[in-house]
Design a protein around this ligand. Sequence first.
Ligand code: FAD
Length: 434
Amino acid sequence: MQLRHEYDIVVAGAGIAGISAAVKAGSMGCSVLLIEHYPFVGGMSSAGMVSPFMKSVTGGKALVNGIYKDLEAAMRKTGGMIDNGFYAWAFRSAANELLRDNQVAVAYHTDVVEVGVEGHKINMLKVAGPQGISDVYARQFIDTTGDAQLVSLGRFPWVKGDEKTGKLQALTLFFRMGGIDVKKTAEYSRQHKADFLEWMDFNFDFSRILSIAGYTGLIKKAKEEGRFPEDVDYVFFTTLPSSGEGSFNTSNILGIDASTSQGLTRAEQTGHDQVAQVVDFLNKDVPGFEHAYLIDTAVQVGVRETRRAVAQYMMTGEDILRAAKFSDSVARGCYGVDIHGQKGESNRMDALDEGAWYDIPLRSLRVKNATNLMVAGRCIGATREGHAALRIQPTASATGEACGAIAALAVKNRIPLDQVPYQMIRKQLLHNIE
Ligand SMILES: Cc1cc2nc3c(=O)[nH]c(=O)nc-3n(C[C@H](O)[C@H](O)[C@H](O)COP(=O)(O)OP(=O)(O)OC[C@H]3O[C@@H](n4cnc5c(N)ncnc54)[C@H](O)[C@@H]3O)c2cc1C
């Protein structure tokens, strides 16, 4: 597809939030450009190798439908998803199909490097690609860069880290291994329950995705011998569809601000060092891993938290845990406050009761002082605690889809964002709010 210089809507960042925003706006008949730094879609879901999808069903009620379900269905069709776990390739292929079917123009290998603002309105982005630097114009902009890049480059307000301490969540470099004797290692866990995390279910069903987290006894010994990374407390992996393969959410990289290239570089180096030590430990010490091998590490280190936009409403941890309902709801979630702690900060997982869920208000997507810019996904307007719940993939898809719908309604009715009637928005998003 030939790229133009002007679109109705530009979406920056093709993670699950950006894909969902672009597909929704495209399905409503708008011309949409999706700009992406990598030569592929998915962000954390593919470059970060993050799988599985976290919880979005509670009390038997599916809270996130729409484009998220379309992505799931397309991945299952290719055999690349089982239960809630999926391969990065399956995600990319499913997303590409949806983007193509909804006439979204995609610019890969392209970075937004400058944001042109007049008053409170973005009028242009400067993007850098292999052809050099060019200008792109649009009426509405959606920031799904994870790092709130449009917000930051446009000098709109943002915040970063814990409100009191400034701490940011730990990072993790995902990796995959093959050749695991899953039954043997599962049996080991059953016989050493005290060495595994309390949420583990030892009634294994080998036809489904298994989650195994622990090996603390073996790790303690390896640490004493200087053979295991100090900052990693347990090994956590889920088995992937093909038997004998595991996806490891195991490295634990502390003290990094991933919104700087120095920080990211240090994180990549530490992540690779940790993975090498963990794989060696698994091979030598852990029953079931004697013949296992490293298949690959993620393209980039997994980043949980950097900048968050300051929005018209900052959704809080209290909102999450009291299952708040809002009259301007555009999405919902049921995942609790999940903070992977920094040095000197413990991990935190405060879950909601089964059957409980919260609304996400439209105002959390509307950037303060910006008339034609919204945010979704990882850079949504929330406090650190609120963000720690809203950042997961299904919810990022729902907030992205909501941005796409709102921006499309503004464009089609030739009105500013704040004049789009909520009843119109609601109609477009009923599947995710009722
Ligand atoms: C280690 C880890 C484990 C996790 N575990 C789970 C889990 O088990 N289940 C779950 O559901 N969620 C999990 N999450 C959370 C979830 O993966 C992410 O929060 C979510 O995928 C974020 O999606 P996003 O679309 O908001 O952003 P991202 O996926 O970060 O996408 C942002 C995109 O924007 C692009 N971009 C950035 N800047 C620019 C620019 N200037 N120009 C052009 N493109 C740009 C990036 O290349 C990227 O593709 C985890 C996250 C991490 C890091």
